[in-house]
Design a protein around this ligand. Structure first.
Ligand code: B12
Length: 134
């Protein structure tokens, strides 16, 4: 399966991005890693160009909300109904409850939302989600 990944907006935290790339490759995904400092439009362009099955966005500095609000609009514009949209990392600035964060990002159009979730647990859940969808 093809997966586009990267770190959204003005965020330059690169370490998790490298780990995610390596972990996804070791699980057999074909990875298109756009790296840090990537904007939503660039992610969507890459998904369309590569015909990706999954878009996995990371945010570590907590500012993803502002950069991802237009996801629903983008999804409609390009008919991305078969693509799985995932976001994870630190999804708020400062303290916030997962119970508040997850529904908010789902409203923006994400299928899976991982706020401060361990990477291995998150990737296991993504693979389970793919199995259930088939
Ligand atoms: C190193 C670091 C920096 C370096 C980054 C260098 C680089 N090029 O990578 C520098 C010094 C540049 C930096 C800058 C800033 N930083 Co900084 N930084 C860190 C630090 C100390 C470590 C981050 C790291 O690499 N961790 C190692 C990786 C492996 O772990 P991770 O990032 O947590 O990622 C894991 C999970 O989040 C998860 N994950 C990530 N993405 C996804 C996606 C999915 C789908 C899943 C399932 C899981 C997942 O898996 C990863 C592996 O386990 C953290 C504090 C900390 N101890 O974590 C702060 C931290 C991330 N930084 C923070 C902040 C605020 C900033 C600045 C805004 C500070 C400032 N005022 O300038 C700037 C922002 C710059 C920018 N434009 O983005 C905050 C974010 C707070 C928030 N979200 O509320 C933190 C948490 C520090 C803190 N406690 O306040 N930072």
């Amino acid at each position: 399966m093809k997966i586009v990944t990267g770190v959204v907006g003005n965020d330059i935290h690169v370490v998790a991005n490298r780990l995610i790339d390596i972990s996804l490759q070791s699980r057999g995904f074909e990875v298109f890693n756009l790296g840090v400092n990537t904007y939503l439009e660039e992610f969507i362009d890459a998904v369309v160009e590569t015909d990706a099955d999954i878009l996995l966005i990371s945010s570590l500095n907590g500012e993803a909300e502002g950069w991802c609000r237009d996801l629903l609009f983008m999804k409609q514009k390009y008919d991305l109904s078969k693509v799985i949209f995932v976001i994870g990392g630190n999804l708020s600035v400062g303290e916030a409850h997962t119970d508040e964060i997850v529904p908010k990002y789902k409203e923006y159009g994400f299928d899976l939302v991982f706020h401060q979730v361990d990477l291995i647990d998150g990737l296991n859940e993504i693979e389970e989600f793919i199995r259930m969808r088939k």
